[in-house]
Design a protein around this ligand. Structure first.
Ligand code: 13P
Length: 251
């Protein structure tokens, strides 16, 4: 009932020429795939180029960040409205790299999420504990705080445009993937939180992606878990062959 979503977060990678080439390969080789959603999130400067390349294909476009104002004196920022104008249908919000490197907190992330939904885009809310938090038995508290803080003030209707990505910080870019069991445990806990915050229906329909060293050789096991509805892929999304293998997971 939940349509799988495989999203590639290109982070700070790819020149325009490289982005164009990767997007063209993905558009070409994903033809005919219609039972799952496929998304890529290039850097801001490549959005319009990639948008043109993937037009009419199965590939959807997302941005990696946004600012929670439509227009105004906000030097260096980009709003959901302008991301939509550039061809995006979604925005990644609250990635752990932004939480850590740019000191983004749950309240600011919540503002971005609300503005993104108001602009008619989907929001992919990233959450996840650090290694230290996991080792100190704080994982459930951290996930709970991030889910409640990130989704504060949302209506059940708005939740239809929200995807959650569980990305344990210790698994990002490290080659250490959460085990299938660890990932399922976290996803099931997050779904339980949604049930308490909203309704059983919302909890059952919300897609929860796993992110953190997802590779061609571990995606099938992860996707076989009951509460894992897709993947948010970093490193392995930079290569067409690897990403397409992940897109074509079998569970
Ligand atoms: P890696 O797949 O490189 O671990 O990155 C995951 C991630 O941060 C996706 O947003």
């Amino acid at each position: 009932m939940r349509r799988p979503l495989i999203a590639g977060n290109w982070k700070l990678h790819k020149t325009l020429a490289e982005a164009r080439q990767l997007a063209a390969q993905l558009a070409e080789k994903s033809r005919g795939i219609d039972d799952r959603d496929i998304m890529v999130a290039p850097v801001y400067t490549a959005l319009t180029t990639v948008s043109e390349v993937v037009q009419g294909s199965a590939i959807q476009l997302a941005a990696q960040n946004c600012y929670p104002q439509e227009t105004g004196a906000f030097t260096g920022e980009v709003s959901p409205l302008l991301l939509k104008d550039a061809g995006c249908s979604a925005v990644i919000i609250g990635h752990s790299e932004r939480r850590q490197l740019m000191a983004e907190n749950d309240a600011f992330i919540n503002l971005k999420l609300l503005k993104t939904l108001e602009s008619g885009l989907q929001a992919i809310l990233c959450i996840g504990e650090t290694l230290q938090e996991r080792e100190n038995d704080q994982m459930l508290d951290v996930l709970s705080r991030q889910v409640k803080g990130g989704l504060a003030g949302l209506s059940a209707e708005q939740m239809e445009s929200v995807v959650i990505a569980y990305e344990p910080v210790w698994a990002i870019g490290t080659g250490v993937t959460a085990s299938n069991e660890q990932a399922q445990e976290a996803h099931s806990f997050i779904r339980g939180l949604l049930q308490g915050l909203f309704t059983p229906e919302i909890a059952a329909q919300t897609r929860i992606l796993y992110g953190g060293s997802v590779k061609p050789n571990n995606v099938d096991g992860l996707m076989a878990q009951d509460d894992i509805d897709g993947a948010l892929v970093g490193g392995a999304s930079l290569n067409a062959e690897d990403f397409l293998r992940i897109v074509k997971f079998s569970s």
